[in-house]
Design a protein around this ligand. Structure first.
Ligand code: IMP
Ligand code: MG
Length: 483
C-alpha cells in the first residue's frame, strides 16, 4: 500500500467575506454553475498532480450517501478506467460537471463524465438492463456518450422486474411485523438471493435466448409459488423485451476480468468506485438492516476479480456528520429541529428514492470499525460546509452499555447496539461560510480543529475536504505537521 502523498492543494484561495447565515445558505444552495468559474483550476490542479496509486479504491465508510461520486469524478481525470464492483441501482451518485449540470447516476460509474475514462461494470453488480439503458439515454441527452466507453461483465447477474416485485412483497410482509428494512425497492436483495440460490441469470445468458427464456420462466415460477396471486409479473412480456435488450447490451459485454488484468499489466490506472457503504455491508453492517452485497473491501475483490494485493490506495469517504436511509439502529441519530435544519442545508433526501434521510453526528466508533475492515489509506471528509451554522458540533467517541461497559467497536447484536449510550466530545462551531475556501490555510481554525480531531481519533490522513457540491469545492489538507 502506498502512503498518503500525491495531490496538490487547489490553486485558488477564494476566502469569502460573507458570514451571515443567509449568505452561506445561499452559497450552498446556488447551482454549481456559479462555482464553475474556478472549477477547472482546482479540478485541474488535482488532476495535474497524480495520486501515486495505479489502483485506487474509493469506499463509503458510513451508511451511504457520503458523496463518493464527487471524489470519483474528480480522480477519474487521472485514471484510465473507472470500475464498479457491487450493488446495483440502489446506489445513487449525484455529481456536477464543470458547466454545473447535475447528473444522478445509479448503475453507470461516475467516471463516465471524464471522456477519457473507460467504465467497467463488474461481475459483482446486479444489473437491471432497462434501468441501465434509461441512464445511458439520459447521459446522451446531456451530450455524454458511452459508446465504446462502457464494458459490462459477462458474469454480472441480471436483475429483473420480478426481483423488484419480490422486494416490494417482502417489505410488505415485514411491515406487518413492524420489521421493514426500508429497502430502495430496486430488487437488490432478491437478485443477490437468486445468485446465491444458483437460479439467477447472468449477462452471458443473453447469448442464448432460448435457454434464457427457460431459465427466466423457472425463476418466475419460483416467485409465483412463494407469493401466490400477489406476485404480479408478466414473464412472457419480459422475455419479449429481453430479445431487444440483448441486442442492445451485447456490444458492451466483455470478460472484464481479462480486460482489467490486461489493462493493469500494461500500466493502465484503475479507479474503483464503491457503492453503498460499510455500515450497510451484509457481513459487517447492522444486519438485517443492510444491503445484500459487500460494499467493503472484500466485495471489491470478488466483484471485479482484481485482487487486493494490487490496491495501492483505499480512500474512505466520510461525511462530516452522518445520514442513514431506511430502518435500523443509528446510535448518533439527531432528532427534531436540528436534524431538520441539517437535512435542509445538506439536501439530505435520497438520490434513488427521494426519501428524507435520517441525520446524526459523526460516529467515530463506527468509523474506526470501518477503517479496520477496509484498510483505509486516506480519508475524504465531505460536506463540511453543511455544519457551518452550528454553535457546537458533537463527535460520538465511545459506546457505553446500560451496565456501564465501554465498547471499543460496533457490536454484532442489534439489541446491544440499540441500547448503547453514546459518549460525545463537543467542538465549537466556526459559524462562518466555508463554501468559498479552497486552501487549507484559509479554513477557520475551528473547522481545522474539527477535521484534525477526526484525523487524530482515526489515525488516517483526511486528505480531501469537501466544502460544497461542485467539483471545485474541495480543499486538500496537508499531512499532519505540515499545516
Ligand atoms: P437495498 O440495498 O435496496 O436492499 O436496501 C437495504 C438498505 O440499504 C436500506 O436501508 C437502504 O436504504 C440502504 N441503502 C442501499 N443502498 C444505499 C445507498 O447507496 N445509500 C444509502 N442507503 C442505501
Ligand atoms: Mg447515494
Amino acid at each position: 500500500m502506498l502512503s498518503s502523498h500525491g495531490l496538490a492543494a487547489g490553486t485558488s484561495s477564494r476566502g469569502s467575506g460573507r458570514t451571515p447565515a443567509a449568505a452561506f445558505r445561499y452559497a450552498r444552495l446556488c447551482s454549481a454553475r456559479t462555482q464553475s468559474r474556478s472549477s477547472r483550476s482546482v479540478a485541474a490542479a488535482v488532476a495535474a498532480e497524480r495520486l501515486d496509486a495505479q489502483v485506487c479504491v474509493v469506499l463509503g465508510t458510513q451508511w451511504g450517501d457520503e458523496g463518493k461520486g464527487k471524489l470519483v469524478d474528480i480522480l477519474a481525470q487521472q485514471y484510465d478506467i473507472v470500475a464498479r464492483a457491487q450493488g446495483g441501482a440502489n446506489a445513487g451518485h449525484t455529481i456536477y460537471d464543470d458547466a454545473g449540470n447535475k447528473y444522478a447516476l445509479h448503475l453507470v460509474p461516475s467516471g463516465i463524465l471524464n471522456r477519457d475514462s473507460t467504465c467497467v461494470i463488474g461481475n459483482g453488480v446486479v444489473l437491471h438492463l432497462p434501468g441501465l439503458f434509461e441512464e445511458i439515454e439520459n447521459l446522451k441527452k446531456k451530450g455524454v456518450s458511452v459508446e465504446g466507453r462502457l464494458k459490462i461483465s459477462d458474469r454480472a447477474h441480471l436483475l429483473f422486474d420480478l426481483h423488484k416485485e419480490i422486494d416490494g412483497l417482502r417489505e410488505a410482509e415485514l411491515a406487518g411485523a413492524g420489521k421493514q428494512i426500508g429497502t430502495t425497492k430496486r430488487g437488490i436483495g432478491p437478485a443477490y438471493s437468486s445468485k446465491a440460490t444458483r437460479n439467477g441469470l447472468r449477462v452471458c445468458d443473453l447469448h442464448k435466448l432460448d435457454s434464457f427464456a427457460d431459465k427466466l420462466r423457472k425463476l418466475s415460477m419460483d416467485g409465483e409459488k412463494r407469493f401466490g396471486p400477489g406476485f404480479q409479473y408478466d414473464v412472457d412480456e419480459d422475455i419479449e423485451k429481453y430479445q431487444e435488450l440483448a441486442k442492445k447490451v451485447l456490444p458492451y459485454v466483455t470478460d472484464t476480468v481479462e480486460y482489467l488484468h490486461t489493462a493493469y499489466d500494461t500500466g493502465k490506472r484503475i479507479l474503483i468506485e464503491g457503492a453503498n457503504a460499510t455500515m450497510l455491508d451484509v457481513d459487517f453492517g447492522t444486519y438485517p438492516y443492510v444491503t445484500s452485497s459487500n460494499p467493503s473491501i472484500g466485495g471489491i475483490a470478488t466483484g471485479l476479480g482484481l485482487p487486493p494485493t494490487k490496491y495501492d490506495a483505499v480512500v474512505g469517504v466520510v461525511k462530516a456528520y452522518t445520514t442513514r436511509v431506511g430502518a435500523g439502529p443509528y446510535p448518533t441519530e439527531i432528532f427534531g429541529d436540528l436534524a431538520e435544519r441539517l437535512r435542509e442545508i445538506g439536501h439530505e433526501y435520497g438520490t434513488t428514492t427521494g426519501r428524507p434521510r435520517r441525520i446524526g453526528w459523526m460516529d467515530v466508533v463506527a468509523l474506526r470499525y470501518s477503517c479496520k475492515i477496509n484498510g483505509l489509506t486516506h480519508l475524504n471528509i465531505t460536506k463540511l460546509d453543511v455544519l457551518s451554522e452550528l454553535e457546537e458540533i458533537k463527535i460520538g467517541v465511545a459506546y457505553k452499555t446500560p451496565d456501564g461497559r465501554m465498547l471499543r467497536s460496533v457490536p454484532a447484536d442489534l439489541e446491544t447496539l440499540e441500547n448503547v449510550e453514546v459518549v460525545y466530545e463537543s467542538i465549537p462551531g466556526w459559524k462562518s461560510d466555508i463554501s468559498g475556501v479552497r486552501d487549507w490555510k484559509d479554513m477557520p481554525q475551528a473547522a481545522k480543529d474539527y477535521v484534525q480531531r477526526i484525523e487524530d481519533l482515526i489515525g488516517i490522513h483526511c486528505k480531501w475536504i469537501g466544502v460544497g457540491p461542485g467539483r471545485d469545492a474541495l480543499v486538500v489538507k496537508p499531512a499532519k505537521g505540515k499545516c
